[in-house]
Design a binder for this molecule. Sequence first.
Ligand code: SAM
Length: 255
Amino acid sequence: MPLSSISKEAAIGTAVLGVAVAAGFLAGRRSCSRFAHGTLKGSGSLLQQYVLDHSLREHPALTKLKMVTSQRHDGRMMVSCDQAQLMANLARLIRAKKVIEIGVFTGYNTLNMALIIPDDGKVVACDINEDTAKLGRPFWKEAGVEHKIDLRIKPAIQTLDDLLANGEAGTFDFAFIDADKGGYNDYYEKCLQLIRKGGIIAIDNVLFSGKVLNSGKYGGDIQSMHELNEKIFHDPRVTISMLSIGDGVTLAFKL
Ligand SMILES: C[S@@+](CC[C@H](N)C(=O)[O-])C[C@H]1O[C@@H](n2cnc3c(N)ncnc32)[C@H](O)[C@@H]1O
């Protein structure tokens, strides 16, 4: 990628984190869309880079967190940054104040959401891995939004049940489901209870690197994802859009 295409934020981040990390950033930026590894493998990478170069407006703390994440062996678990930006724009559009993040990893989308909600808003961030989640904390702090993030380290289903038991049904505006695939159906059902009418549930990895086309052959999580896709397609409780961004995301708008 020509250096001239690096954004101002990236340049600042590069200066801060040094050449070694910058190399990782460039690799991370190329793989910013999980789609590059999946359904459209190879075919769209230059165009995808153009899309990123002409649309991605990342907060500097997000860029730095992405750079750090891209150095990890499992860095590609991070959400696609163009998808994250779309979700932030939608959450802003509906004036989201309370957000649920199911699957924090290093906290990119947690930070992304915390940046767009008001100062008295909150992101309930669910993960079972404290080691990865705590990597994001310095960047949450640097961005001045740490106080909006309520990190809960336990199985996400327990956190969702805690929220329901606490009387918070119908009070959340936006949820992002991006954790263990076997739990997606339960997460979707609990989120439908927790989200208000007009709120949005974003379900990630709905295309499973294209494997949903042959879900019967693969079985397991891929079959479950296909079945959830079928269920949501016919679900009268929501209107939907399924987008081929990242690894595929379904946006469900609660009626
Ligand atoms: C794909 S990553 C999430 C990426 C993240 N949304 C981001 O913004 O980059 C999936 C995460 O789900 C977490 N996870 C797996 N099983 C879980 C469970 N039962 N409850 C909560 N989190 C879980 C993993 O520890 C991992 O950090």
